[in-house]
Design a protein around this ligand. Structure first.
Ligand code: FES
Length: 121
């Protein structure tokens, strides 16, 4: 089932919430399960200086959102855009196969937030 790390991030999500006046926002929804994820970023010197998320979804969606905020913080936009769903799952100690699509949401929401910040510049 779920790894200890998934349970930990589900029960104590890191960086949950909203950033006022973000430099970029990305929102994605999964049409199958109906879950929604929103990622807010602040960018300073081409790096992600702050990142937060709001997720309405399953436990795996919350854990992957939490993990991606930890992975992306401090990275350059070029590095952060390359974080894949596999990277997120690996960092969490694996996800059950039926839950891999949940980590897609996190990776896609971050990519959209980065695109948005590039558009706004
Ligand atoms: S079941 Fe919808 S994101 Fe996990």
């Amino acid at each position: 089932m779920y790894s200890k790390k998934v349970l930990d991030h589900f029960q104590n999500p890191r960086n949950q919430g909203k950033i006022e006046n973000p430099d970029g926002v990305g929102q994605v929804g999964n049409p199958v399960c109906g879950d929604i994820m929103k990622v807010y970023i602040k960018v300073k010197d081409n790096k992600i200086s702050d990142i937060k998320f709001e997720t309405l979804g399953c436990g795996a969606a919350i854990a992957t959102s939490s993990m991606i905020t930890e992975l992306a913080r401090g990275k350059t936009l070029e590095e952060a855009v390359k974080i894949s769903r596999q990277d997120i799952a690996n960092e969490l100690g694996g996800l059950p196969a039926v839950k891999m699509h949940c980590s897609n949401l996190a990776a896609d929401a971050l990519k959209k937030a980065i695109e948005d910040s590039r558009r706004r510049r």
